[in-house]
Design a protein around this ligand. Structure first.
Ligand code: PGA
Length: 260
């Protein structure tokens, strides 16, 4: 049975913008830019958490949903500064990013990422697990890095949980640098990730998982990354804070719904 796969476009705002008023302006401008669109893509924004409830009020018409940039591995308790998955769900958050390289840089290990992923999918929200190498060496060690990050994350994840999983290939060298992976590099890694998933879960199980790309996605490279890289969508940092550019990436992605 074939099914329609909608591109998944997630804006990761990181620790930006500085005020709620500026965050609201970005969402309002995105709404204006998308007005009248009958688009296929699923759109999410991962803003700083203090802004979520106010932004949700603004985001209705164009069906923008919200994601979290991180989540605690614990359910609740004495974890100062952490935010739990039940809290996120109670304010309408649908997805949580886990293992972003900026968190891994701060000391998060593959095992910690795995614990967070379990917490998210155990609560039936969707986990966007980020994997990616720090550098592209000429011996291909980047495959080993991605394989080990991904297989640790997938340990004990059951096939029926895969509908709650998205894999974001985010080569660290491409994040915020203006140097994106080429569409060919994105395609190669997408195939590699798909093979890992297929080896563990079979073709049907693996087809549940969207594989998206992140790292210097802009409106001038999005089309090739979709067309040649065949990725299922994007995790977008810098360009998602620019309403005009984010809207134009969404409109490009709208053309790339596919059948799997
Ligand atoms: P960038 O960030 O689009 O600014 O490179 C991507 C990310 O960190 O998810």
């Amino acid at each position: 049975m074939t099914k329609r796969v909608k591109p998944l476009i997630i804006g990761n705002w990181k620790m930006n913008p500085a005020t709620l008023a500026r965050a609201e302006k970005i969402v309002v401008d995105i709404q204006k830019g998308l007005k009248g669109r009958v688009g296929a893509s699923e759109i999410l924004i991962a803003p700083p958490l203090p802004f979520v409830s106010d932004l949700k009020e603004l985001a209705g018409a164009q069906k923008i949903a919200f994601a979290s940039q991180d989540v605690s591995f614990a359910e609740s308790g004495a974890y100062t500064g952490e935010v739990g998955i039940s809290m996120l769900r109670s304010v309408g958050i649908k997805m949580a990013i886990v293992g972003h390289s900026e968190r891994r840089e701060g000391g998060e290990t593959d095992e910690m990422v795995k614990a967070k992923l379990d917490r998210v999918i155990g609560n039936k929200l969707t986990a966007i697990v980020c994997v990616g190498e720090k550098e592209r060496d000429r011996f291909g060690d980047y495959f080993t890095t991605v394989e080990s990050q991904l297989t640790t994350a997938l340990t004990d994840v059951r096939e029926e949980d895969l509908k709650h999983l998205v894999v974001a290939y985010e080569p660290v060298w491409a994040i915020g640098t203006g140097e994106n992976a080429t569409p060919e590099q994105a395609e190669e890694m997408r195939l590699f990730i798909q093979k890992i998933l297929t080896d563990i879960y079979g073709r049907v199980g693996a087809s549940e998982v969207k594989i998206i790309y992140g790292g210097s996605v802009h409106d001038d490279n999005a089309e090739d990354l979709l067309k040649v890289g065949h990725v299922d969508g994007f995790l977008i940092g810098g360009a998602s804070l620019n309403a005009k550019e984010f809207v134009s990436i969404i409109k490009i992605a709208d053309q790339y719904a596919k059948f799997a």
